[in-house]
Write a new protein. Sequence first.
Length: 429
Amino acid sequence: MPSLLHAPATELDALARDAADPLRRFRDEFLIPPHGDGQKHYFCGNSLGLQPRGASQALELEMQRWAQLAVDGHFQGDTAWMTFAEGMREQLAQLVGARPIEVVAMNTLSVNLHLLMVSFYRPTPRRHAILIEAGAFPSDRHAVESQLRFHGFDPATALIELEPDEPNGTISMQAIADVLEREGHRIALVLWPGVQYRTGQAFDLARITQLAHAQGAMVGFDLAHAVGNLPLNLHEDGPDFAAWCHYKYLNAGPGAIAGAFVHERHAHAALPRFAGWWGHEKQTRFAMAPQFVPTPGAEGWQLSNAPILALATLRPSLNLFLEAGMGRLREKSLALTGYLEQLIHEHLADVLHIITPAEPERRGCQLSLRVSGGRTAGRSLFEFLCENGVLGDWREPDVIRISPAPLYNTWLDVLRFAQLTADWRDQNG
């Protein structure tokens, strides 16, 4: 007898949900890796998104323009390179709930964090601490620690790492409020994730901004796991800056160009910065004068001219996001992740423990899972899933992350993950 997870009615239910999905056509816009005679069930968009079918065409178009126009490609055609990045500002702004003057695509995530901290981490002898979450993504912690050392401060005392206060390693808003109340007098910068990479916990950006600003601290967000995952409203939420990558949910390719946000209230501020000529005001950029005059807004933090080939692969995915709409994507995401949660609770509770918050408003599409039996069992299950065409990702010491991305994942994908987990349990029981 088949298990309940393998019963025909269960698969028919998943197929019916997929057939009723108003966003189902977007799956066909992506290249899904093969597995055997079919396709992988891919849940790793929180690490690297799938390739949009339009990406290679967009890249090839710019390669052809380079071949045919050479330097004149900067000035000719609808995608003239001089204004290529500018032409994407409206799309980026819509994606993150910002105004066009507040966003720019440039560099990579950690580079952007450093550039923005040059401007927004302005320590004094009395106020020089930086607040992050304990267990932050290593690159963020490295960046923050190096900034502290660069300014002559000891991370042992100047780096405040807020420990989780909830059972599954997540952090309550009360804990954030408490540390800001207690330590706010010496905190110069709060650098916080939109979604914590290991636990999948999503945070209330507006509330964190309000609490930090009330204490006189600057606020920046690392939105690597939030952009393209959750609806964002950066302008209204009011942080001073934010940075993110585009290779995860935004599907722009490995090591893709990143994004940055600087709130409009800083658009004309005389802030210290590491300057480069592409951040110079556009009207006089080619006068080649020695004095730096920044372009108003986020574009003023650019250093070098835009990497056209990297930007080219971002545009097709941005178009898909705007066509689908973050509202509809979030609605499907809630349904898919809720379905995954339901299958785990009803059929796999003896195997998997969800550490991501249960409240939908405190998570995106990712569920972080611990396997009963510890790391050895967890690795065994992870490898079994990979061998059978289900690809999530592993985060040390003991977490499997499964992230149903609403642009291309299906209810049948989610069911297949659950079925294979049940098979592994039965084989190892």
